[in-house]
Design a protein around this ligand. Sequence first.
Ligand SMILES: [Zn+2]
Length: 286
Amino acid sequence: MELLEVYAGVTAVIRPEEGANIGFVRTADGIVVIDTASYPSDMQKLLTAAKVHAKDVCLVINTHHHRDHTWGNQLFECPILAHKICKERMQASLENEWRPEAIQAMIEDMAQSDPQQAQVMREKAADLRIVLPNQTFERWFSADLGSVRIELTHYGAHTSDLTVVWLPEARVLFASDLIFVGRYPYLRDADVPAWVEALGRLSEYNATIVVPGHGPLCHEGDILALQAYLEGTWRLVAEHLAKGHALEETLADPAFPHYVEGQLERYQNNIQVMYQQMERGMRMVL
Ligand SMILES: [Zn+2]
């Protein structure tokens, strides 16, 4: 974990090993927290490291519903803001895979392959209370807190609710999971063509600093590389499907682009996810 003051009062917590990155923005009205990590105890550690008291936080933003961005929400009593779909998706998950019994079952399942990790999760989930956003917006939201302007724009793509956070004075963009650096992007809930398009729009911000959802601070080259990887893989999967190739034959094609060295399981997994999404009739044209 690394705490980087990317602009006066703006801290990006970069956590390539531990999980999703987090942001803190200090304003005269209080502190804004961008995403809340996977568990309350993880989020508490981040607050302690950044010398932030939960009671001094005036606004929490969830950039999308994935649990590594939302499960620390319970620490805060201030408004928790997210896209309308984020709240809806979290509500739906609470009735399904986020029910306490379902979480226990997931942990027991993990214990079969990784008992140590399962024990860590068991301890972290013991006091978990999943708290939903209590304020929502749809297309765009902005607020002036103290003298700091914060703008939220809905992009979708990685998930249908994904939102980026833009600080115009600082020219800092928290791009959330539109950007993964150093690891393959997670595509299970994604609209890949929309993602390729969304990455093309990020340059319009002309940001000085771009904080990705996962991995170190990124540069224009990282964004272009991710875009080329997603676009190239999607196109090649479409070609294989058009020729009637089975998944196995598609996976065996050495022409697929690699985004990261190694990580072959994730490389193959993403080809498989795209293949299945396309098979289910999602749009094939970029
Ligand atoms: Zn995500």
